[in-house]
Design a protein around this ligand. Sequence first.
Ligand code: SAJ
Length: 426
Amino acid sequence: MKQTVTVIGLGYVGFPLSLAIAKSGKYKVFGLTRNSKNIHSIKNKLAPIDNITASLDIDKLDLTVTSKAQECLPISDFIVICVPTPVNKDHTPDLFPIVTTSKLIAKFLRPNQVIILESSVNPGVCEEVILPILETSGLAGGIDFELSHCPERINPGDPKWNVYNIARNVGSLTKKGNGITANFYRSFLKARVYEMGNLKEAESTKILENTFRDVNIALVNELAQSFDKMGINLLNVIKGAANKPFAFMVHYPGCGVGGHCIPVDPYYLIQKAKEIGFEQKLMKTARQINNNMPKYTVNLLLKALGKSHINLKDIKVGILGVTYKPDVADTRESPAITVLEILKDKGINVEIFDPFIQSISTVKNLEEILKQCKAIILCTAHKSFVTNLTSEKLTEYKTKILIDGRNCLDSKSLSQAGIYYKGIGF
Ligand code: SAJ
């Protein structure tokens, strides 16, 4: 008799996961979501997200998608929580999705169920937030049911790393429960599954991974500003440092840090540390540096306009790309959105084009924006931009200024064509 699994949340994390579990053929899988759009897509055999591993044939799988918790939670052996863990406007953690989901599970909780959180949280959320809510059922965690944490590691748009081959860490209330949860993941993944000492260790691995990335990006973003003043090409310096065969990991400067992980996760730990009276100075400074990059990028444009004796009133600025990373239709925490807000606050006329986000685009294609805008800020290195924004094309459309927020274009040929080209860090 197959065991039953319910995955709550069918976005970038939950949908590929529910597919992977269903594809193993070992479980009856339910996808539980309130998102009727996702339910509709999946019932019509369409992946609700553009994650590469998710565009597979859905109707051959034992995967039932529903919005009715009573249909699946009471009969599930494993319940996996894959709901968003965003931050509020003041950067404090927004645990509302986790809390409401935990309350929903508590309503149907029964003995021997294994509740697994995949969403990224700071150390302590499982035991201090989720566990007390689940125990309102009258059942005791670690005795009547298990609570585990297996932090998600999805890298949207990555053609190589996917839910099947990315190693995972698992932490639980009890050692026995940890073994059960680790073996559950081992039953449908190819990757190694590592058993951590406890829930807090598992929660902390994810925060460390992403804070590490945010701090290192902040380092090169700060260097981009000082090296620019010193007339040093940071990209060449990074290239040189990268040929060191050990103890160096490349990160690149840019117009800012977006996405649902990197710019968000550090705030969870900053807040947790604050609650216990500790200030995470380095993480906070890194967040300030990265959050300032959209403003720094706009200032590069203003400087270019000044140097080119172009009045702000006389020009329309084109924004190329609004997603937070290339070729992924996701604008969460995207620095491009902040660039747009800054330009609009300055009363600058803008046009927007992102082939992945038609809803925000104000023109239909790249040619249209080049025709209308003689000053361009590139915020996302979509493949189509890198391929088409050649010196020939920009000369044809008489582009005057190009601020390359992702250092992804051929600076030499554009400058030689007489275009005022400026990257971040050179
Ligand atoms: N960015 C830089 N400079 C860099 C790298 C990234 O400015 O050197 C910017 C990107 O433009 C983007 C943001 O940071 O706006 C985040 O980029 P990302 O490549 O980290 O993209 P994410 O958010 O999809 O990160 C995911 C994360 N995966 C999980 O959290 C499970 C992250 O941990 C991975 O390290 C990352 O993929 C990856 O390796 O690509």
